[in-house]
Design a protein around this ligand. Sequence first.
Ligand SMILES: [Zn+2]
Length: 250
Amino acid sequence: MSVLLIINWRISMNRGKQHMEEQALLKHCNKDVLSYLKTDETGDDHIYSGRDTPLRHDAFDISDGEKIEKIAYHFQEIMTTLGLDLNNESLSGTPLRVAKMYVKELFSGLDPNTKPKITLFENEYNYKQMLVEKDIKFFSSCEHHFVPIYGKAHVAYVSSGKIIGLSKLNRIVQHFAKRPQVQERLTEQIAYEMQEALSTDDVAVVIDARHMCVSSRGIKDTDSSTITSFYGGKFSETDFRNEFLKYLTI
Ligand SMILES: [Zn+2]
């Protein structure tokens, strides 16, 4: 049997198995609901699915108010399904509170309108070295478990003639952190935004973060952190990159 045939055979076997599992589930689930569900095929592995956040084409067809209303309804369903009594004074406000928090805070960076407006200034000092902004603290959310990712981003660039207000670098980090994320994508989204805003390839981003899905559940490793990096333009040269990394240890 050729390799291609074996692969096709395996795919059809897997599809057959998946189909049987779906049929079994259908007996218990509403079909519309099921169409949104996928088996947890990747387990605890965090798969990076590309630089752009996967958004539906109708992501912004409804207002924030409508989103809050819908999420509150569904979160109330989750709580009720868990067996919680929403008549309890302490719990009754939770669905709306969570919905507002999702739309207005934790995931507000999904909305392109919340992207920080970047104003650039002339590089009057003719500063030609790298500029490093380090220890930018951020909170984000793991898109596989919807629990916090938190840590520090360190970013750097070399001016191509214009410079950016320092707080804008912080704001770029915070904007992309306020999405369901994987750390690899967060790193690249910050880097590409800086490259575009500053019209230069010479951009570096290093993120050191802790994932609550690793520390509070699953493997329950409370000590490990995850480091991701992006080195564009001059930062791909060893000496230049090492100079940047040296500043992170000061
Ligand atoms: Zn996770």
